[in-house]
Write a protein that binds this ligand. Structure first.
Ligand SMILES: [Zn+2]
Length: 584
């Protein structure tokens, strides 16, 4: 069976404004326009009910032209067609990250990640590599080192940590500051100590220690408040950089983030909150063709600024679908781990508190008005059951206003995280048409301590309810909240279907098992995320007329034994019909 765009392609592209493309019945059978790219000999799982599985696909001008058998798609191969033989591998719609923080992801990668190093020499080598390319005077930052993880330590040491000499030698011109995994100490090289004015005569600040060697000279290790002697200088210097320097760093952060997304099979990214200045920056990147992954940016700023600018910033499917701005981010409460999620009943392990309200409900109500007025979607972070209930109440009343004005209104507002929801409130998501915008991977990361925070009973009945939501008819999305979690969709997909604790047991197995099937989980990461951004007509399935956003994996994550899912690697990431990542 062949599904393809039925009209001459150019015409279709100009009239294709929304509704799914009808079943193809062409009178010009066998005379197809050659495609720019053809995938064949694969297992192509489309998530399109009209043709759930195929072996080949043709794309041109950024869109899917046809999906079918190898023989059917052969008609699209011309002299200039790039043909990729999938050799039986799985091809699926490109992953859509449903909730991440784009610039934070990039910025986090500009800081050396020292969590996994096995020795001090490795740290010195990492700093040396960065110092070779760094502009003179630029700060080299790192974090996450822990001497107990090191296999060997180069002598001499003080307090189990070497002296700064090695680090200072590889980076004489660039100040270096490397935070300890605990946050309670940092290590500085000679240049950083010098800039901070720290020498053998500097007294320890109150609440801190400048660690010294036998001669009384600083070793580079700074404990507690002593870190601030250096970090304050770093913050001052970084803030004083020219606009050009700050923009150059932002461009680098964006590039690093885009590269990581492509390597992990992410073809669209829903950014959970940027201000108008950053949106200008994104638009500039997209106009220059420097945006290889599609961004769906939620506006995050004050109500006053939104009232002034929401109208002019609304853009849907802008620049070939690389930039969309039509949603707003708010945040009502904090997180469960830090006892910040706002609960109906106090925390089981801290009965004196029921959590935090970070943004007053009155302000969020005002945002809801602005959203309706300017036709923006409203996406509010709510984790605790009280926070979810309050936001549902606000949404319910806003929806009533919207539907009084227009009976067909379809606001599709979202609650970001929706981790802990009272059983009375759970059905309200589906009834109202509110989207629980979840990140499955949080469930697996949080599982070991959630029962302490909520008590066993509450945790089992109300926590991370992705199956209950799905069965209620709500559209559950998926993502990682990167850089809070690794942006890797495979890990979050695995958690969605396996829901395993680090010890291998299933999180509340038997007490309302919340695991999803493989295909349900794939939907959460593709078509459901597309729906949650009003993009189900353009993305989320491999259907003729939609963007040719495709990922090819080394393992069939729909079929392999559960434990092998995590071994799946991305072989190709294709965005708009262009191969933008190819595994070595
Ligand atoms: Zn977030």
């Amino acid at each position: 069976m062949l599904r393809r765009v039925a009209l001459p392609f150019v015409l279709v592209m100009t009239i294709l404004s929304g509704a799914g493309v009808a079943e193809a019945q062409s009178s010009r059978e066998g005379q197809a326009e050659p495609a720019e790219i053809v995938l064949r000999s694969g297992r192509i799982v489309t998530l399109d009910e009209a043709l759930p599985e195929a072996t080949a696909l043709a794309a041109s001008a950024g869109r899917i032209m046809a999906v079918g058998s190898d023989r059917e798609i052969e008609a699209y191969v011309g002299a200039g067609t790039e043909v990729i033989d999938l050799d039986g591998r799985l091809a699926i719609p490109g992953f859509i990250e449903g909730h991440g923080h784009f610039m934070s992801l990039g910025n986090s990668r500009l800081i050396l990640d020292l969590m996994h190093v096995t020795g001090w020499d490795e740290i010195v080598d990492m700093v040396a590599a960065v110092a070779r390319d760094a502009a003179p005077g630029e700060w080299i930052r790192g974090r996450g080192w822990h001497q107990e993880k090191w296999e060997s330590v180069r002598e001499p040491t003080v307090d189990e940590v070497p002296l700064h000499t090695g680090l200072s030698a590889v980076s004489p011109e660039n100040p270096v500051l490397l935070g300890h995994a605990s946050g309670h100490a940092a290590f500085a090289n000679a240049r950083a100590l010098e800039l901070a004015g720290i020498d053998r005569d500097t007294p320890d600040p109150p609440g801190g220690t400048i660690v010294r060697d036998e001669e009384g000279d600083p070793t580079g290790l700074l404990r507690e408040t002593a870190q601030r002697l250096v970090s304050a200088v770093m913050a001052r210097q970084r803030a004083a950089r020219t606009l050009d320097e700050q923009v150059a760093e932002a461009r680098l952060a964006a590039k690093v983030a885009f590269d990581e997304l492509l390597a992990k099979g992410v073809t669209s990214f829903q950014d959970a909150g940027s201000g108008f200045q950053l949106i200008d920056f994104f638009r500039g990147l997209a106009e220059e063709g420097e945006m290889p992954v599609r961004l769906y940016v939620m506006v995050r700023t004050s109500n006053e600024e939104m009232a002034r600018h929401l109208a002019e910033y609304r853009m849907v499917d802008h620049l070939d679908g690389y930039l969309t701005v039509r949603s707003i981010k708010r945040q009502v409460d904090g997180a469960l781990g830090s006892h910040g999620a706002w609960l109906l009943e106090p925390y089981s392990d801290m009965p004196e508190t029921d959590g935090l309200v970070l943004e007053p409900l009155e302000e969020i109500r005002r945002t809801a008005e602005l959203a309706l007025q300017h036709d923006y979607q409203l996406n509010t972070h709510a984790i605790g059951d009280r926070a979810n209930r309050e936001i549902l109440d606000i949404y319910e009343s806003a929806y009533a206003d919207a539907r009084a004005a227009d009976a067909g209104a379809d606001p599709r507002w979202r609650i970001e995280h929706a981790q802990h929801v009272h059983p009375d409130d759970l059905p309200r998501f589906a009834e109202l048409g509110v989207i629980p915008a979840m990140q499955a991977i949080h469930g697996c990361s949080d599982a070991p301590w959630v029962p302490e925070r909520l008590g066993l009973e509450r945790a089992a009945s109300d926590g991370y309810m992705w199956r209950a939501f799905t069965e209620s008819g709500a559209v559950v999305t998926n993502g990682t909240d990167a850089p809070v979690e690794d942006v890797d969709p495979i890990a979050s997909y695995h958690c969605t279907v396996a829901r395993r604790l680090p010890d291998g047991s299933v999180f509340f197995a038997g007490q309302g098992d919340q695991r999803l099937s493989r295909i349900e989980a794939l939907r959460t990461y593709t078509i459901n995320n597309a729906y949650a951004a009003f993009e189900e007509d353009r993305k989320g399935t491999l259907s003729p007329g939609k963007y040719a956003d495709i990922v090819v994996l080394s393992k069939d994550i729909l079929e392999v034994p559960e434990a092998e899912i995590l071994d799946a690697r991305v072989l190709y990431t294709i965005v708009g019909g262009e191969v933008k990542y190819r595994a070595e």
